[in-house]
Design a protein around this ligand. Structure first.
Ligand SMILES: NC(=O)c1ccc[n+]([C@@H]2O[C@H](COP(=O)([O-])OP(=O)(O)OC[C@H]3O[C@@H](n4cnc5c(N)ncnc54)[C@H](O)[C@@H]3O)[C@@H](O)[C@H]2O)c1
Length: 311
């Protein structure tokens, strides 16, 4: 099936950035939000992001104009009527997502492909509110979507193989690096890895084995440095399975197997210290430190992207 027109539901951080990418790659895009006031914010966010690309000569002024021309913004779900594909990016709440998909049923074509960008809700459960759930799957992007290459394509219990293939192919067409998640498990693949790493990091911090700075340095200057180029299975293949097997044999039993977040992590969250957005998390982001940290993050991410390590 040929996809020409794409609907994005939810004009927030993820939805606006996805709209930008699809439009940049030549698709007509309708961005919908329940709240009309979200639409000018999304439009301005996309325009600014394209200006930044223009300043770096990644696109021309003409390309910016064409991209903006392919985008429509609406608070009317009727805008999805002639879309071939839709990505839902509304808030991470099962009831809100169910309400949205129930309303969508009477509007969208029954053969259109539908995806959800849920971070971790069950695809199978969300699909209960989708008419023809075989054309529905997860399409999990990573923030910031215009920089991070990975997209997880997740099959729910009723997702047809062709649906997963279509979403996989469109991800390739917009320059992403998709992977297929064959089972609808909590956390899909990326968050299972990320949260396993986090559990051990929190455990080491809690037990005074290293400071947050030094644990982060360990990731940035050894493990993450390596993982930016080769994955964990390749690391083991290069290092020798026998060596890693022996280490796993004595080390796995010593690693954290905590079943719930606890200690300092829980205390920070209970105290509403939520990171950059509140000015304090594991680090201090008061004053202009948050902006500096975000600028540094995006500059380093872009350096990595320009190094084309994903190839
Ligand atoms: N932010 C991230 O890092 C990230 C990463 C991957 C996936 N996600 C997922 O993407 C989805 C959106 O996240 P976000 O960070 O863009 O959130 P966000 O809060 O920035 O945007 C959500 C948007 O949805 C709109 N909305 C709320 N209810 C709606 C409804 N019923 N119909 C239409 N629009 C509605 C809101 O007005 C808002 O503009 C969530 O499922 C989230 O878990 C987020």
């Amino acid at each position: 099936m040929e996809i020409k027109k794409i609907g994005i539901a939810g004009a927030g951080i993820m939805g606006s950035s996805m709209g930008q990418i699809f439009a940049l790659y030549g698709y007509d895009v309708v961005i919908y939000d329940l709240f009309e006031k979200a639409l000018p914010t999304a439009k301005a966010r996309i325009s600014q992001a394209l200006d930044a690309m223009l300043a770096k000569k990644e696109i021309t002024a003409e390309q910016k104009e064409q991209t903006m021309g392919r985008l429509a913004f609406t608070a009317d779900m009727g805008g999805f009527r002639d879309c071939d594909f839709l990505v839902e990016c509304v808030v991470e709440d099962m009831n809100v997502k169910h309400d949205f998909f129930k309303k969508l049923s009477g509007i969208m074509r029954e053969d259109a492909i539908i995806a959800t960008n849920t971070s971790g809700l069950s695809i199978t459960k969300i699909a209960e509110a989708v008419k023809n759930p075989e054309r529905f799957a997860g399409m999990h992007w990573f923030n910031p979507p215009h920089i991070i290459p990975l997209i997880e394509v997740i099959k729910g219990d009723r997702t047809a193989d062709t649906t997963a293939d279509i979403i996989y192919d469109i991800s390739l067409k917009i320059g992403k690096k998709p992977i297929k998640v064959n089972k609808d498990v909590p956390g899909f693949i990326a968050n299972r890895i990320q949260l396993a790493v986090m559990r051990e990091c929190v455990h080491m911090l809690e037990n005074g084995i290293g400071t947050a700075e030094d644990i982060d340095k360990c990731m940035k200057y050894a493990l993450g440095f390596r993982y930016a180029c080769i994955g964990p299975f390749e690391v083991v293949d290069f290092g020798g399975l026998d060596t890693f097997y022996h280490v796993a044999d004595y080390l796995w039993e010593d690693l954290s197997d905590a079943k719930k977040p606890y200690g300092l992590f829980k205390e920070l969250v209970d105290g509403k210290n939520l990171g950059v957005k509140t000015g304090k998390g594991f680090y201090d982001y008061s004053g202009d430190k948050a902006k500096k940290a975000l600028d540094r993050r995006d500059r380093l991410f872009l350096t990595l992207k320009e190094a084309k390590l994903e190839n």
